[in-house]
Ligand binder design. Sequence first.
Ligand code: GLN
Length: 493
Amino acid sequence: MTPFGTLREIRDAVQSGARRAVDVCEASLATIESRDPALHAFNTVVRDRALARAAAIDRHPSRSTLPLAGVPVAVKDNICTSGVRTTASSKILETFVPPYDATVVQRLEAAGAIIVGKANCDEFAMGSSTETSAFGPTMNPWDTTKIPGGTSGGSAVAVAAGMTPLALGSDTGGSIRQPAALCGIVGLKPTYGRVSRYGLLAHASSLDQIGPMTRTVDDAAIALSVLAGHDAADATSARAAVADYASALTADTASLTIGIPRTLIDTGVDPEVGKAFYAALDVLSGHGATVIDIDLPHAGAAIPVYYLVSTAEASSNLARYDGVRFGYRAPSEAAGPGGRMQDDLKAMYGRTRARGFGPEVKRRIMLGTYVLSAGYYDAYYLKAQKVRTLIRRDYEQAFARVDVVAMPTSPTAAFTLGEKLSDPLQMYLADIFTVSANLSGLPAISVPCGFTTSQLPIGLQLTGRLFDEATILQAAHVYERHTSWWTHHPPSR
Ligand code: GLN
C-alpha cells in the first residue's frame, strides 16, 4: 500500500474492515520514521497514544459509520491537544501540556481520526516559511533546500510526503493555502466563524481560522464536514448550516463565473506561476466556467492593512505569556552586587519574554504595541480598519458579478531556505494574494495547478462568498478531475 492513499480510501477500508486502523497507523508512523529526519514536519510524534487510539477504533461498535475511521492526522502545534505538548513552535511554550482539547481535536477524534503528532510551524504562526520555528525549519519534500511555505509548513509536508492523508492548519493571512500551494497539496481556509477556534493559540483573533490540508479536494470536503459547525465555546463561531460537502461534489463541469483581478496578478507574479495560473483558467473555461476580469481597487493596500491589524491583535494576544501561567519562566537572576536580589516581578516578565520569544514574534509585538499606542492609534490602527472595510467591499462588489475569484495562491514557488529570513518585508510580500480573504472573512482554497521547470509545485487559489465553501470546493474539484497534478508525489529520497 502506497503512503499516498487518500483519506477517503483509508476511511472506506477501515470502515469496511478491509484494513485495521492499527495497520494504517503503523504505516503512517513508519513513513514518519523514514521521512521526517530529513524533513522535520513534526515537533512531537505520539506513537503509543496513536496506536492505542487506533486499536480502540478497530473495536469501536460504530466503526463502519465513523466519517474519519482510522484516518491518521497531523495537528498543527498551535492547536491544543489534551495531555500532548503544544508549543506553537515557541521556546516560551516548549513544555506546555494543555489540560484540554481544542474543539477541532475533539471533533476529529469523535469522527474516528487518529492524531499521530504535532506539526511544526512558524513561531505562533508568524511567518511564511516555517523558518521562525524555535525548533528549526521544515524542509520542502520536493527540494529540501527550499522552504515548505508557512506557517503550517509541517502540516503541509506531512500530507505532501505521504506521512498522513490529513493535517490541520491554521490560516491568519495564508498559512493553510500558501504552504499547500508550495508543497503541491490542497488547503482550505473556511469562512471566518465556520470552524471553532476554541483551543487554537490565538495569533490575530479577527483573522484566525482552522482548516484541513489534504491531497484531494474530496478529502478536504470530507474533513470540512467534520470540523465545521457552531461551538458554544467560541463566541465568534457561526450558526450557519453545515452541508455534506463531499456528497455534493458530483458535477463534471463548473457552470459558474470566475473573476480574475488581472492587473493585480500581472504585477509581480513569477512568469512560471502566471503561466500555470492562466492555463488553469483555460481548463476551467473548457469545462463550463465563464472567466471575466474584475477589479479589486484596494488590493494593493492589503499587505500593510494586514500587518497593522494582525500585529495589533497579536501584541494583545501574546501578553498572556508572562512566565506565570503557561510554559517557560526564565530562572531568577543570581544575587547582584552586595548580595542584594536584583529580581522583581517585572524583571521576571521581561527576562522570560526576552528569552522565550524569537525575533519575528518580538518584532510583531513591538509593531503591534506601537500601532495601538496613544497618538498612533488613529493614524495606523483605525485607518487600517477603515481600509479593511474597503477591501471587503471590493469583494462584495465582485461577488455581485462572479461566483468565485481566482488568483495564484503565491506569487512565486518555494524559495530557498534562508533567502528571505533576514528581510521581513520580502517575507511579508509573499502573502500578497492570501491576506485579503482573511481581512474579508471569505473562504478560499488552494489546489495544485502545475510545476515550475525545476519541479516545484504551484497553487491555484479560488475565493468564494461568505459561507459558500460548497462553490469553491465544486470548482476546485472540477479542475482537479480534469488535471492530474494531484497524482504527482515528491521524490522519496
Ligand atoms: N504570513 C502571514 C503572517 O506572517 C500569515 C500567517 C498565518 O496565516 N498564520 O502573519
